[in-house]
Design a protein around this ligand. Structure first.
Ligand code: MN
Length: 203
């Protein structure tokens, strides 16, 4: 297996965006270093994204980029909940710090907040890059809202090639009664909800 070059795998990310129109970041070593010092390395982020379809973006740092999945219902803390996670293009690690409003007409137009962020631990012997390639990823999240083991399993084929399932593992952080995507709506970066952030931009 060859090691992906970050510039190559981020081609799709850059190609979809006009950086004169959106405030979304390009790959940036200084921001990456600051995020690693603050949150740990590797890191994960979950961004709530009120776009044409409201969803949560789960991003895991793997081999120098944020591998990314759009999770329509968001991550659960109940191990019985299997959440569809649709793989999207890789993002630069600096994206983990992004919240703001992506202007109308731009790719992903809508409001983004940093819903949760923290360190990521690999629960298997194989590297995360190998697990990703094999379609079975097991990680331990150390966020403010999400903690404990999560499994991602590639289930899609043919037209559904991008489909994975995200499931909370059974551990001391599993909790069928918690529902943080609705009860803990505030950004861990700004303290604002999606609605509050959008309103702040309009003022
Ligand atoms: Mn998104």
């Amino acid at each position: 297996m060859s090691t992906p070059n970050a510039a190559d795998v981020l081609y799709e990310y850059s190609n979809k965006r006009s950086f004169t129109a959106t405030t979304e970041p390009k790959d940036d070593a200084k921001t990456t270093e600051r995020l690693h010092q603050k949150h740990g390395r590797p890191l994960f982020v979950v961004q709530e994204h009120a776009a044409s379809h409201h969803h949560f973006d789960l991003r895991l740092e793997i081999a120098g980029v944020l591998r990314s999945w759009a999770v329509p219902k968001g991550p659960a803390t109940d191990p019985a909940a299997k959440r569809l996670a649709v793989e999207t293009e890789d993002h630069p690690i600096a994206y983990a710090d992004f919240e703001g409003v992506i202007p109308a007409g731009q790719y992903g137009a809508g409001t983004v907040i940093v819903w949760d962020i923290g360190a990521l631990k690999n629960l298997k012997k194989d590297t995360l890059a190998t697990q990703y390639q094999q379609g079975q990823i097991a990680v331990w999240l150390q966020g403010k809202k999400l903690r404990g083991g999560y499994a991602l399993r590639h289930t899609g084929f043919n037209d559904n090639e991008q489909n994975w399932l995200l499931v909370k593992m059974q551990d001391e952080h599993a909790d069928a009664r918690r529902n943080p995507t609705s009860t803990e709506p505030h950004s861990v970066k700004s303290g604002k909800t999606i609605k509050e952030l959008r309103e702040a931009y309009q003022e």
